[in-house]
Design a protein around this ligand. Structure first.
Ligand SMILES: NC(=O)C1=CN([C@@H]2O[C@H](COP(=O)(O)OP(=O)(O)OC[C@H]3O[C@@H](n4cnc5c(N)ncnc54)[C@H](OP(=O)(O)O)[C@@H]3O)[C@@H](O)[C@H]2O)C=CC1
Ligand SMILES: CC(C)(CO)C(=O)C(=O)O
Length: 321
């Protein structure tokens, strides 16, 4: 069992470990370590990468074009044990392994925040987290791109939603957490029902990501006539499986949401299209693949989501080892 000194009620410092040295990991590390309230190094922020590293700096490109190097603190096992907050910034298919690796070192009352796209990782986590370890989801609409190892570019501003997936957070801890993250991530909304927000994000990704990846199109194309019928079918299947999971969604609202996101990100390359173009593994197993698995669980046909899942898997198989 990982033990650490008890926090005093007056304590406002927040020790944070960011897991993952990719685009979102370095964005979160940068914002937290460079936050105004942390200029004196009051809060300890460190980074736990996928492989041991001895780096002492990283590069960050702001959206205004300014690029600078910044000092980097690499986390060790004691940093994990002392961490109040652990922000896991890995891809959906890496989340279970990342949690398995760190879980033996983290404190019994640690707050763990997942940032990945897609759903279905929680079902895989074994051994599960302790009930005293509160698990939260952070849904980001900010964008970041890895240019080179330990070099990241901030590509898009946006709001973030944070809420509890499992466990409990005392009022004091919630206040401390929000104060700390709000100063660094900005536009952070607390969601009492983060599950609803996760499903909405899932619906957006189930439509925009595979269509844009398979057709090699920008996000805005999804709103064109050839994809409208398919969009409706994808969403109808999602609404049906969500209902079986106890989540109430509305087809018309989701269609409007997908339309708005495709419109507001019209010129963007979705993360799945980018993964395919760069011959990387996609997150399809946790997007349309998740809907397929839930369809099987509840004996519901998910024809179009299953087709899209298989089509993207076939595309991936052409280049993955
Ligand atoms: N980039 C963006 O703009 C946005 C991304 N997201 C979501 O956030 C998640 C992360 O995305 P992104 O940062 O772009 O992905 P990246 O692939 O850039 O980063 C993931 C990082 O995690 C590292 N990693 C993998 N396994 C472990 C482990 N066990 N311990 C520590 N580090 C590990 C990877 O290392 P290695 O390379 O060695 O595998 C990699 O550096 C995804 O689910 C994505 O969909 C959400 C909103 C926006
Ligand atoms: C919202 C959207 C579709 C933006 O591109 C996204 O989340 C992604 O690309 O993964």
């Amino acid at each position: 069992m990982a033990l650490r000194p008890l926090l005093s009620a007056k304590r406002h410092k927040m020790n944070t470990v960011i897991v993952g040295q990719g685009a979102i990991g370095l964005l979160c590390y940068h914002r937290l370590s460079q936050a105004e309230n942390n200029k004196q190094g009051d809060d300890l922020v460190s980074l736990w990468p996928s492989t041991p590293a001895t780096r002492i700096d990283y590069s960050f490109n702001e959206m205004n074009g300014v690029t600078k190097r910044f000092p980097l603190t690499i986390a060790d096992k004691p940093s994990l044990t002392c961490a109040d907050v652990i922000i896991v910034c890995v891809k959906s298919y890496q989340a279970t392994d990342a949690l398995k690796t760190i879980h033996q070192f983290i404190a019994d009352d640690a707050i763990i925040i997942l940032t990945h796209n897609g759903l279905g990782t929680l079902e895989e986590i074994n051994p599960p987290l302790k009930p005293s370890q509160c698990l939260l989801a952070l849904l980001l609409t900010q964008g970041a791109k890895k240019i080179a190892p330990y070099h990241v570019e901030h590509t898009g501003m946006g709001h973030s939603d944070l809420g509890i997936i499992s466990g409990k957070l005392s009022a004091i801890k919630q206040k401390q957490l929000l104060a700390c993250l709000n100063k660094s991530l900005k536009q952070l909304n607390w969601q009492e029902n983060i599950q609803q927000a996760q499903w909405k994000k899932l619906a957006i990704n189930c439509v925009i990501n595979p269509i844009s990846a398979l057709n090699n199109t920008e996000n805005g194309q999804i709103n064109q006539k050839p994809y409208q019928e398919m969009t409706k079918d994808i969403i109808s299947e999602i609404v049906a499986v969500a209902a079986k999971e106890g989540v109430t969604l509305k087809v018309s609202l989701l269609r409007q949401l997908v339309y708005n996101v495709a419109e507001s990100t019209a010129k963007n390359t979705s993360s799945m299209r980018a993964d395919v173009l760069n011959q990387r593994r996609t997150e399809i197993d946790y997007i349309n693949g998740y809907i397929h698995r839930l369809g099987e669980k509840h004996q519901l046909t998910t024809t179009i989501n299953t087709q899209l899942w298989l089509a993207v898997k076939a595309l991936e198989n052409k280049y993955l080892p």
